[in-house]
Structure formats: C-alpha cells, structure tokens
Design a protein around this ligand. Structure first.
Ligand SMILES: Nc1ncnc2c1ncn2[C@@H]1O[C@H](COP(=O)(O)OP(=O)(O)O)[C@@H](O)[C@H]1O
Ligand SMILES: [Mg+2]
Length: 456
C-alpha cells in the first residue's frame, strides 16, 4: 500500500490538535451555558420577586396584581412565552396558569427547575413568601416560567465566537503544518528526483550534503550499495574486455590458417564450400570480438590521461578514405563536407570507431547506387557530426531499439547488432549525445552526434 509520509505526519500532528480543540470547545460550551443559565435564572427570580411584592391583603382576602414590568422584562426578538402562577397555601390559585408545575422539592428558598408546558420545555423559578395579616400567615408561592428561545439564542451568541476562534486556530495549524512539512520534506523529494532521473549506467554516489541527519544513514547505505554495484560492473566490463582481447589472438591465428588452406585441385567442391564457410564465420567472429572489445572500452569511461585533443574532421576524412573501397563496391557516392577543424577532447581510437560504425552502417544499408554524406563542423560550444544517407531509413518503431545491444533490423546484410550501442557509449563517454532523424523528405537516415567542443 502506498502511503505518503507527509499525510501521515500531518495526521499525527492533527490528532492531538483536534483533541485539544474539541476539549476546549466543549469547555467553552459549558461556560457559555452556565452564563446564559445564570442570566436567565436571575431574570426569572427578579420577575417572581416583583410579582410577589404585589400580593397583598385587601379586606382579609389575598389579592395578586400582576405589574406589567414583571413580564415586560422578558421581551426579546425571540418571542418567548412567559407564564406565571400565584398560589396561596399550596392549592388556592390567586392568578396565572394553573397548569404550571411546582418544583419537585419545595423549599423556602427560590428553586429553579426545568419543566414542560404544552409539550414545550420551560425554565421556571418557584419563590415563596409568607404574608401576615391580623394574626394569620399565609404562604404564597409565585412561579414564573418562560420558554427557551432567548436562552438558546444567548447560548449561541456566547459560544459562537469561541467556536469560530477554535476553528480558525485549527485551520491555521493545518496550514502551517502543511507548509512546514512540505518545506522540510523537500530534501526527500530532491533525493527521489536525484535517484529517479539517473541514467541506469551512472553509478555515481548520491550527494549527501544538505541532507537532514535522519536521511544520511539511508543514503550512506544506498551509496555503499552503489559502490558495490560499480565495482561489480567494472569487474564485469574488465572481464568482457579481457575475454575479447584473449580471443583476438587465436582468431587471428585461425584466419591466417584458413588463408593458408587454399582449396587445392585435389579436394572436391564440398571441401571448398566448407572452407569458404569457415572463412566467413571466422571473419564474423573476429568482427564480433572487435566490437565487444570496443564496447567494453567505451563503457569504462576513459581515464583522464587517455583524453587528448582530437580533430574529428580529420578522423572523418581518414575513415572515409578507408571505406571508399567498400562504397565503390556498392556504387555508393561517398561524400564529405568538413569544416577546417572540429576539435574535441577524447580518445582517437574510440572516436574513429564511432565514425567508422556510422559510415559503415550507411554504406551497408543503403541500396546500390545510393549516396552517403558525412559532415562535420564546429557550432558554438559543440562539434556536430552528421552521417546522412538516402537508403531505406529506420522505421519509427525500430528507432527506439537500434541502440540496444545485439538488436538488428530486418536485413540480409552481415552485422553484429553492436554498432549503434558502441556509437552511443562513445558519444556519452565523451559528454555528447546521438540522435536519429529521417533524412530529408523521409527518405534515408540522418544520424547526428553532438560533442562538446574543445576550446583553445
Ligand atoms: N543507415 C542506416 N540505414 C538503415 N538502417 C540502419 C542504418 N544504420 C543502422 N540501421 C539499422 O539499425 C540496426 C542496428 O545497427 P547496428 O547497431 O550498427 O548493428 P548492425 O549494423 O551490426 O546490424 C541495423 O541492423 C539496421 O537495421
Ligand atoms: Mg552496424
């Protein structure tokens, strides 16, 4: 399962923050509830007291007058309903709503309680007062109750700013944490890019400067692994080079021996055919061995001392001279357009092999009577070599594969399939690049090699 370190770290950071915000949110709700409840209860008691003050004896009878001020104090935009009930001695109703319930436990002190009327929740206060008149005392209970709309509104008014503040704080924490995580995880992303963008053959260690200390052991371990791989690759390349080198002597010997064994008059045509076959195989094997050796040499980037100043234009004209006979055999018009000099730093042997392979391919795969042109010139910081032919070209789907080792197109011509791999390795080891393009009007092939120019 894929998971993002950033998302997980953010999660771990957010869990405690969210818990903290929830707890403080709950606490502020409780505080708001207490405040709103206290204000409501105070108003209820004040109203009950005002009503209680107005209950008086008149001619030996208790009369309750309800002053408007006692009920007006509850006026609010929330349209709360206010109820009252004045009772003498526990049963005698002096005024108000008879359905208003008494508190569960009657005491002499004011009692606040929650109740319901007509199915609506109400908050009520019961306030008791003793009234004296000519020797008689009568307990009078005043109950004032109201619905909860204004209370709820006040609760919300008190709580909402707190809630908004907490929400903003949470958002700020998330934003800052995201920013911090993105910023701090950048070395990890850079490291990923560094590794992901690598050429498969570039076995250089990963740079560890500017890496956080937690990542260093990981990168150190990877670097050790890369070093082992590099050693392994070097050993293997050396083995291939040695093997190819060792094969050259017996192959040269074999060639010489075959040349000596001229088919004589006494031997039949069978033996003559066999000898011709052996000669072809031996030549092919020699070519393959030489190409393998070149590839191994090109892959082991040349040590600095092997780099010399080389004029690529001169190399091209040498190679053309050598291949002119092969071109003539196929009636190919072999031409060149060369700049005066085109100097690069590199190995003359390898660069000769590069040019030879390209011109050899062009001659080999272009139809008889075709045209092959090699050009070489200096351009800004580069030396550009182009080999252009008017042969069949390489179909687009094969173009991606021709640089693979041992890949050969559909062709009857002899070959090893290593030529273009060698060309690419040599171009890369000289800090350059190779590109294939269809030559003009989609006929033939144009191979361009760009190498860094040597500045004097
Ligand atoms: N100039 C060219 N024109 C057409 N096809 C080419 C040309 N150069 C290379 N190719 C194709 O690319 C393939 C690979 O070339 P290369 O690596 O030199 O191997 P080889 O020449 O030994 O077959 C060839 O088999 C051929 O099909
Ligand atoms: Mg070739």
């Amino acid at each position: 399962m894929m998971h993002s370190l950033r998302a997980r770290l953010l999660g771990w950071l957010l869990v405690p923050v969210a818990a903290f915000v929830s707890v403080t949110g709950l606490m502020s709700y409780e505080a708001a509830r207490e405040t709103a409840g206290l204000l409501q209860d105070n108003a209820l008691l004040a109203s009950a007291r005002i009503i209680g003050e107005e209950v008086n004896w008149e001619d030996g009878v208790l009369i309750a007058r309800i002053p408007p001020a006692a009920l007006e104090m509850f006026e609010s935009p929330y349209q709360d309903q206010v109820f009252y009930r004045v009772v003498k001695g526990g049963t005698g109703l002096l005024g108000g709503n008879p359905n208003l319930a008494f508190p569960a436990h009657a005491t002499s002190r004011p009692v606040f309680y929650d109740s319901a009327l007509d199915g609506r929740p109400i908050r009520a206060v019961a306030y008791e007062r003793e009234l004296y008149d000519s020797g008689t005392t009568e307990p009078v209970t005043v109950i004032v109750a109201k619905t909860q709309a204004s209370y709820q509104a006040m609760l919300l008014t008190l709580w909402r700013p707190q809630l908004v503040r907490q929400g903003l704080m949470l958002a700020l924490v998330v934003a800052l944490a995201l920013l911090g995580l993105t910023f701090e995880l950048r070395p990890l992303i850079r490291l990923k890019d560094d590794v992901a963008d690598r050429d498969a053959l570039r076995l250089e260690p990963i740079r560890i400067e500017r890496l956080p200390s937690e990542l260093r052991p990981v990168v150190d371990a990877i670097n050790q692994c890369i070093a082992r791989l590099k050693l392994h690759a070097t050993t293997q390349r050396k083995f291939i080079a040695d093997a190819a080198h060792q094969l050259r002597t017996p192959l040269a010997l074999l060639g010489a021996q075959i040349d000596c064994a001229h088919p004589c008059r006494h031997c039949g045509p069978l033996l003559a055919d066999a000898l011709a076959g052996i000669r072809r195989s031996s030549a092919k094997m020699t070519e393959m061995t030489n190409q393998l050796l070149l590839l191994a040499q090109a892959e082991s980037s040349p040590p600095d001392r092997a780099l010399v100043r080389v004029d690529l234009a001169a190399i091209v004209s040498c190679v053309l001279e050598e291949l002119v006979a092969a071109a003539q055999r196929r009636q190919i018009d072999l031409g060149a357009e060369l700049g005066e000099t085109a100097c690069v730093m590199g190995s003359a042997t390898l660069l000769t092999a590069l040019v030879t392979n390209l011109v050899d391919n062009a001659i080999r795969y272009t139809q008889e009577g075709g045209r092959v042109t090699a050009t070489c010139w200096e351009e800004d910081d580069e030396v550009v070599l182009q080999v252009i032919d008017n042969g069949p070209g390489i179909p687009a789907e094969a173009r991606a594969h021709v640089f693979e080792r041992f890949y050969r197109g559909a062709t009857d011509a002899e070959g090893t399939g290593l030529g273009l791999s060698i060309v690419r390795e040599i171009a890369h080891s000289h800090g350059g690049s190779v590109a294939l393009k269809p030559a003009a009007e989609h006929a033939g092939l144009m191979v361009s090699v760009h190498l860094p120019r040597r500045r004097d």
